[in-house]
Design a protein around this ligand. Structure first.
Ligand code: GLN
Length: 542
């Protein structure tokens, strides 16, 4: 195909309607019809990227192979499409202004007054086509963050209006996602908020081509007719998006509503071939008919906001389906854990995952949790900070190194078994300065990691400043905590395992970021398997 077609997804009425899931589901359907598709997200906030945001603000920060710190919706894009995203897939207002201001300082505007229109909107338009122009994609879906009518998103909406005009109606369409609330007292679904939101969009010069309506109840024909009439869309372009049991049902719901077909017709693309969703349906079949059930404790300090651990929770869904096992997550706040209550809180768990994180808060709880699962041979999986805590726990309680810590919690440490990476020591800026993105790791043959991955060379994504302190390597190894994955270029420890434990694995990287529906991550798959085995044993002992 000569040049890409563009689909924009805007949102109205309220936030949190699931634009990312709708965009991902549409992309999945188009991909299943043989098109190459990518999705990008434009976020209207002023941070250059979400890397400096507290997880309570915006949930997890998703890291791509090229080391971009991005919005968690990119995780959905990758999980649904099974293809990697990059920095180009996430653009913020901050990034747009940053590059316009940099160009201005370089004199690129030749003495002109630099303005929102045309300079900011031109920069947005340049980013809209950046992925399309690589020639790799037939279709580029752009999700515009926030709600239509927000002051912050105005330049993006204006850029979409101009872009649509520039490339013509068959080459760019707008899908508007709205809410049709059900009023209990009236016993009716209400279309007024959607009418208002479409009017708002019309005021900016954009006529949506398709309406996707989130609703708790089925949309009757009269409601669809009314929406079509008031919002100038064809009745077939009023798409019902009913609440789904899982996000992975949404592609099938959208197919039933023919969202993909409407899109292809509007963009004059072939639509005679049905999407091939065999592997997707197979996944759903396994997800919904589990023969096993396990409960995993997820120990972290942001558990009040589940979005902070989005990719971990989704990786458990993929790995659970693979094992035909329902994985229940017990969210455990690390600050509530003390050595005395661990046994009571953990007595019915089949495995424990200690989550990534930053800073000292909640560390003692994580270390108490790890000591308990290590001594009681309960499957353990430590990710990034979780791995670092496992190293510290081992140093304190097995090697007898009293006061062993990570340098992150105590800069004057006597035994910094986790230390700051050499190349981080002179870093003063916070944004985008961690060790980020994909790095190679070499796995030792014969290790559990080797058994899990089935190969010696892997690439995994990172986001950290601290590392295993190799000065202590020998003592750890002698006492039974083995480094089984090493970065071949700089010797950084990437994976640790405990020899005499059924499943105790800590990883410095973030495997959760690479788990997809089609390719569940092997570490999660095997951790769940170990939990199933442990659960069976637990039953027998009882
Ligand atoms: N705070 C730790 C570090 O910077 C761990 C980071 C993480 O868990 N992602 O090394």
């Amino acid at each position: 195909m000569a040049s890409a077609k563009y689909i924009f997804v805007t949102g109205g009425v309220t936030s949190s309607l699931g634009k990312g899931i709708i965009a991902s589901s549409l992309a999945k359907l188009l991909q299943a019809r043989g098109f190459t598709v990518t999705i990008q997200k434009f976020d209207p906030y002023i941070n250059i990227d979400p890397g400096t945001l507290n997880p309570y603000e915006h949930g997890e920060c998703y890291v791509t192979d090229d080391g971009a710190e991005t919005d968690l919706d990119l995780g959905h894009y990758e999980r649904f499409l099974n293809s990697p995203t990059s920095q180009a897939n996430n653009v913020t207002t901050g990034r747009i202004y940053n590059s316009v201001i940099t160009k201005e300082r370089q004199g690129a505007y030749l003495g002109k007054t630099v303005q929102v229109i045309p300079h900011i909107t031109d920069e947005i338009k340049r980013n809209i086509c950046a992925l399309g122009e690589t020639g790799k994609y037939d279709i580029v879906i752009t999700e515009i963050g926030g709600c239509v009518g927000d002051i912050e998103s105005l330049p993006f909406i204006e850029a979409v209006r101009q872009f649509k005009w520039d490339v013509g109606a068959n080459n760019a369409i707008v899908i508007h996602l709205t809410l049709i609330p059900y009023l209990k007292s009236a016993g009716e679904l209400k279309t007024k908020p959607t009418q208002h939101s479409v009017k708002e969009l019309l005021e900016t010069g954009i006529q949506p081509d398709i309406l996707v309506c989130r609703t708790e109840r089925p949309l009757p024909q009269e409601i669809r007719k009314k929406l079509a009439l008031f919002c100038n869309v064809h009745i077939n372009s009023v798409i019902e998006a009913a609440d789904a049991e899982t996000i992975y049902d949404v592609p099938l719901l959208m197919k039933k509503e023919k969202l993909d077909e409407r899109v292809l017709i509007k963009m004059k693309l072939p639509h005679d071939q049905e999407p091939n969703l065999e592997s997707w349906k197979e996944f759903l079949g396994r997800l919904k008919n589990p023969s096993e059930e396990v409960t995993i404790g997820l120990v972290g300090k942001y558990v009040e906001l589940r979005d902070a651990y989005k990719s971990i929770a989704e990786a458990f869904i993929h790995a659970g389906a693979h094992n035909e096992c329902k994985v229940n997550i017990r969210w455990i706040h690390s600050e509530t854990l003390v050595p005395d209550n661990v046994e009571t809180l953990f007595h019915d768990l089949d495995g424990v995952l200690v989550a990534p994180g930053f800073g000292e808060r909640g560390i003692d709880g994580k270390i108490a949790a790890i000591r308990f699962v290590r001594e009681n041979k309960i499957p353990f999986f430590g990710i990034c900070l979780g791995m670092q805590c496992a190293v510290v726990e081992f140093a304190r309680n097995v090697l007898g190194l009293e006061g062993a810590v990570s340098r992150e919690w105590n800069s004057q440490a006597i035994h910094p078994v986790i230390d700051m990476m050499e190349d981080q020591k002179n870093v003063t800026e916070k944004g985008g300065t961690m060790r980020l993105g994909a790095y190679p790791c070499e796995i030792k043959k014969g290790s559990k990691a080797y058994h899990i991955y089935g190969k010696t060379k892997i690439m995994e994504r990172h986001r950290h400043r601290y590392e295993f302190n190799n000065q202590y390597l020998e003592s750890f190894e002698k006492a039974g905590m083995i480094p089984t994955g090493i970065n071949p270029d700089n010797g950084l420890v990437e994976i640790v395992e405990i020899k005499d434990h059924p499943w105790f694995v800590g990883v410095q990287f973030h495997p959760e970021l690479k788990s997809t529906v089609v390719c569940p991550h092997p570490l999660f798959v095997q951790f769940v398997k170990a939990a199933v085995e442990y659960a069976t044993k637990r039953m027998v002992v009882r």
